[in-house]
Write a new protein. Sequence first.
Length: 133
Amino acid sequence: MRTLLLMLAAAACLLLGNGCTKDQDDAGYRAAKITFATDSGYTYRNDTFPAGDTIRIGVTVQEGSKQLRTFLVHRSYNGGPAQRMDSLPIHTMPFRYDTLYALRHQPGTEQWTFSAVEGNGDLTKRSLTFTTQ
């Protein structure tokens, strides 16, 4: 029994030690950066709006240490499942996305999530939540 416990402890040390070591490929990794336009007329923070209002959102994506492949926009209502609203290939840096959105015509919350997808599938996300009344 004592031998089994020692073997389990040694295996745990090996597994935990290897699990905490960063791969050489990840050294110096920088995630993509997503920022919202803060100019007059743009919505760039969580806020409350009249139901059915139209908002303008501007998004800029800066590449990190890995090449970006796709820009995604998802929307969910009242904490429900997210629906894809847009999917665009990223060909230039910085990538800019500027659009008008009509909020729904009923009270509740809408969460808009903007994602930059790297070639390996990793995501950088930023979200805005709007309350409609």
